[in-house]
Design a protein around this ligand. Structure first.
Ligand code: UD1
Ligand code: CA
Length: 460
């Protein structure tokens, strides 16, 4: 029986930000969302989040979170009104966990890269040895600022000493406290009231609680990058690099080609099929899925979008949209606002599609804006066609029937319905519905005045 508590009350002074540190984003998730994601696999029976600095921002952000496992228990928010240290944060749990008879996993809210597998291993050691506490440690190339862990030969903890309380000799130790702890709650609850502020920062330290307990086993993490803490913007950027390397290596192993991985970024929420090719300077974000055989980039941004098989997108931006099999997009196209294309469409240069649905084999090849439009299949939208969908107050729909063709530079003033098999003459401004199967011309006739010439001094 494991409950989880996340320490998320601190301001994060070194971030130099109004936003609580745990709400800063690392790829597709905030830091605290990462922690919650990482603990899902251990199926906690309770999830407590200790909030303090601008707590309403943190609770709102987490309450709005949809993608966590619905089967897991509701988050419980525990207020730490003043932030007097990590030990003080954990003391706030006492009234919430009265009579709780299991283990409590405590995680710093600023250590987001921990692998779920590592947490499982730590829990296993904790439970097998029936420890009072088990903590994670790592050999850090640069341990400055971090608590140092001292053990005996059997990895039994002797002491954790904070960096600023270390002697020069103690500072030489590169084995650091990761800020991830597993406690038998009954034992922790017993020592929590004993904490003092007798240290350089004059704060209550959770590490002192660990020091009071026995026995405490130290589990070393092989890959120190898993326990990188984020205290400032530089560390946030370093963590992003680590995360990106992990995500991209993983997709390459699964059969995705990344041409120049260093210039590509991929959120961990993205899904790719084998034989997808991602070209340089391309960014895949949010809930994006790309099917086999598609080639994205160079120079594209795809966000929260579904891309079918054999699609090509280059130098284009696609957000909140869906592109069906075999469609070609770009260069310089922008699909947004729940646009859906059919299969084998062609969306070309300088085309913007907003909340627009296209049937199969429909082309919008040059210089167009279609907003709130439903076009059928095999429609040809001529160069420069614009839907005037906004009357200054409301947006209105445009419908274009199958196989219709709009001439270059036509304006379709919405709300409007164009039938099937319609031809619209170039330069037309269409303001009334058009029936099926016709040619429509809506422009003034050309006038030619033979022999007309401008005289040099004052008219003809
Ligand atoms: C802490 C550890 C240190 C460890 C390091 C690992 C202590 C005393 N030190 O130091 O041994 O090496 O993490 O990254 O614990 N928080 C609260 N309430 C508070 C203070 C902090 O909820 O009153 C939260 C913060 O939001 C943060 C976490 O606790 O998520 C850690 O706090 P931070 O100040 O970053 O601790 P470190 O100095 O990094
Ligand atoms: Ca920290």
């Amino acid at each position: 029986m494991v409950a989880v508590a996340i320490l998320a009350a601190g301001r994060g002074t070194r971030m130099k930000s109004d936003l609580p540190k745990v709400l800063h984003r690392l790829g597709g998730r905030s830091l605290v969302e990462w922690i919650l994601t990482n603990v899902q696999d251990i199926h906690p029976i309770r999830q407590l989040v200790i909030v303090g600095y601008r707590s309403n921002l943190v609770t709102d952000a987490l309450t709005n979170l949809q993608d966590l496992d619905q089967a897991l228990p509701q988050l419980e928010f525990v207020e730490q009104p003043e932030q007097l240290g990590t030990g003080h944060a954990v003391q706030q749990l006492i009234p919430y966990l009265q009579g709780f008879d299991g283990d409590l996993l405590v995680l710093n809210g600023d250590v987001p890269l921990l692998r779920p597998q590592t947490l499982k291993q730590m829990l296993q050691v904790h439970q097998e040895r029936q420890n009072a506490a088990t903590i994670l440690a790592a050999q850090m190339p640069d341990p400055s600022g971090l608590g140092r862990v001292f053990c005996d030969q059997e990895n039994i903890l002797q002491e954790i000493v904070e960096d600023r309380d270390c002697t020069p000799t103690q500072k030489q130790n590169c084995r650091i406290n990761a800020g991830i702890y597993c406690f038998r709650w009954a034992d922790l609850a017993r020592v929590l009231p004993k904490l003092t502020t007798n240290n350089d920062q004059q704060e209550y330290y959770i590490t002192d609680a660990v020091n009071y307990l026995q026995p405490v086993t130290v589990v070393d993490v092989e890959d120190y990058q898993e326990v990188l803490g984020i205290n400032d913007r530089k560390q946030l950027a370093d963590a992003y690099t680590v995360l990106q390397t992990r995500i991209k290596d993983d997709w390459m192993r699964k059969g995705v080609t990344l041409v120049d991985p260093n210039s590509i970024t991929i959120d961990d929420t993205v899904e790719l099929e084998p034989d997808v090719v991602i070209e340089p300077q391309t960014h895949l974000r949010g809930k994006t899925r790309i099917c086999s055989g598609s080639q994205i980039g160079p120079g594209s941004l795809i966000e929260n979008s579904q891309i079918g098989r054999q699609v090509t997108v280059f130098y284009s931006v696609v957000t909140d949209s869906a592109i069906a099999e075999g469609t070609r997009v770009g260069p310089y196209a922008h699909l947004r606002g729940h646009t859906e294309t059919g299969s084998a469409c062609r969306i070309g240069n300088f085309v913007e599609l907003k909340n627009t649905k296209l049937g199969d084999r429909t082309n919008v090849a040059h210089l167009s804006y279609l907003g709130d439009t439903t076009a059928g299949s095999q429609v040809n939208v001529g160069a420069g066609t614009i839907t005037a969908n906004y009357d200054g107050v409301k947006k209105h729909p445009t419908v274009i029937g199958d196989r219709s063709k709009t001439g270059s530079n036509s304006v379709l003033v919405a709300p409007i319905t164009i039938g099937e098999d319609v031809n619209i003459a170039a330069g037309s401004t269409i303001t009334e519905d058009v029936p099926n199967d016709c040619l429509v011309i809506a422009r003034s006739r050309q006038i030619v005045k033979p022999g007309w010439r401008l005289k040099a001094n004052g008219g003809r």
